[in-house]
Design a protein around this ligand. Structure first.
Ligand code: UGA
Length: 457
């Protein structure tokens, strides 16, 4: 099939690469000329394991090409995917301006029947408006259909996720469009959920909001575990083995971040409000997640003090999660800002995100190190803020020899509590008691209540 993919962010670039790898002819479009030049040279604008190999292979085999012109990109395509960004606007709703601009240009250049598909995460009703904008901008009467085909890939494993998806969701009010899109995906062998436009749009938000809720549930469980002397990792394991619950997304931590969950949970809450429904559960999820980093900070400042002048802290992790260089809405970056704000000198390391973080954080009071151990030399404590797997296998004896005092604040439960404590560390984890420091364990609950009472968030 001949396809056009507009937008070369995570969804668009990975989508274009994988579609071409399935044997389709794909035209990728982006208005950013510099970006297109870099992609053509094999330089990926995003860090995504396995992506550059697939892009380069399909460019050289003639199935994948890139252009800055929508007119050129859609000319021969049977399906046109809109994969542009839908960031959060000031109101909490999704900012759809890029989608509208692209829809207008598609309308102006439509030269025959095509299915216009939105892959970007967009609120209910968006595709109906896409249809309207295209219709209003047609140069001459041309038939077309619109469809919704949300993407469920995760950054850091997007190539793998798109190849082995659990399901494909296709929404359209046109049987012809449903049939064309279905034929693109049937070879995957996974279930295809064919539905109407509005339901497909809603499925994406429901999935992200549910996963964010699952994380938030375990984060609140962590508070209770800490107070009651249980271990949240074991509780999550015991719960997750129940197939009805499932073990994924039950890792307690410093709260979810990234460019999707915070924005999508807010947008769904906003959609509900727009339809006169107060989605109370989501309101709590947003509030609890916002407070999660404060609970972590509370623990750290209870032990280290709130004046960190003269203290040096080792920081592992800046990305919003492992296997990515993305720092958008990264809780790690938020915590770094807070620690610096209290006067600490920071020595930081992230395997992929340091350059991006430097653009936001600058160099004041921060030294960017080239490996994990370099951060720890002479530091007063070690903070683990991103769940990179390589942090979990660091040599504890070496860490102890490098730190000024053996103290770890582990925001991702990367280390084993018993092993770490047996080696003489004062070890603060999430949802596990720290031996001998009962006053600090689970202390955050009261703090959280105070914050809410004072309207601090
Ligand atoms: C998320 C969804 O998982 C994808 O299915 C979806 O397609 C994507 O958003 C999107 O809408 O585009 P992503 O934001 O890449 O993917 O990252 P996740 O792996 O979902 O992690 C999100 C956040 O939750 C991270 O900050 C991560 O550290 C945190 N998390 C995740 C936890 O704190 N605990 C967990 O158990 C899992």
């Amino acid at each position: 099939m001949k396809l056009c993919v507009i937008g070369t962010g995570y969804v668009g670039l990975v989508g274009a690469a994988i579609f071409s790898d399935w044997g389709n002819t794909v035209f990728g479009v982006d208005i950013d000329e510099e970006k297109i030049k870099r992609i053509k040279a094999g330089e990926m604008p995003i860090y995504e394991p396995g992506l550059s190999e697939i892009v380069l292979k399909n460019i050289s085999e003639g199935r994948l090409s890139f252009t800055t012109s929508i007119a050129e990109g859609i000319k021969e395509a049977e399906i046109v995917f809109i994969c542009v960004g839908t960031p959060q606007s000031e109101t909490g709703a999704a900012d759809l301006s890029a989608v509208w601009t692209v829809a207008k240009e598609i309308g102006q250049n439509l030269n025959g029947y095509k299915v216009i598909v939105t892959k970007s995460t967009v609120p209910v009703g968006t595709n109906e408006k896409v249809k309207q904008i295209i219709t209003e901008n047609l140069a001459s009467p041309v038939e077309f259909d619109v469809a919704s085909n949300p993407e469920f890939l995760r950054e850091g494993s997007s190539v793998e996720d798109m190849q082995n998806t659990d399901r494909t969701v296709i929404g359209s009010d046109s049987p012809k469009a449903l049939e064309i899109l279905t034929s693109l995906y049937t070879h995957l062998g996974s279930p295809i959920v064919a539905t109407n436009l509005r339901s497909a749009e809603m499925i994406k938000y429901a999935a992200n909001a549910f996963l964010a809720t699952k994380i938030t549930f375990i984060n609140e469980m962590a508070q209770v575990c800490e107070k009651a002397g249980a271990d949240v990792t074991m509780v999550a394991k015991g719960m997750g083995l129940d197939k009805r619950i499932g073990s994924a997304f039950l890792r307690a931590g410093i709260g979810y971040g990234g460019s999707c969950f915070p924005k999508d949970v807010s947008a769904l809450y906003r959609t509900a409000t727009d339809h006169s429904y107060d989605f109370k559960l989501l309101r709590s999820v947003i509030e609890v997640n916002y407070g999660q980093k404060d609970l972590f900070m509370f623990k750290a400042t209870r032990f280290l003090g709130t004046n960190l002048n003269g203290k040096t802290l080792a920081i592992l992790g800046l990305a919003f999660k492992d296997n990515t260089d993305d720092i958008r809405d990264s809780v790690a970056v938020e915590i770094v800002k807070k620690l610096r704000g209290l006067g600490a000198q920071l020595k930081v390391y992230d395997p992929a995100a340091s350059d991006n973080a430097r653009k936001i954080l600058g160099d004041t009071s921060i030294t960017y190190c080239s490996n994990e151990y370099e951060t720890m030399e002479g530091a007063d404590a070690l903070f683990v803020l991103t769940e990179w797997k390589q942090f979990a296998v660091l040599d504890l004896a070496k860490i102890k020899s490098l730190l000024k005092q053996p103290v770890i604040f582990d925001g991702r439960n990367s280390f084993d509590k018993d092993t770490t404590e047996a080696q003489g560390f004062t070890y603060f984890a999430i949802g596990k008691r720290t031996n001998g420091l009962e006053k600090i364990n689970g202390a955050g609950n009261n703090y959280s209540a105070t914050l809410i009472k004072n309207g601090s968030h």
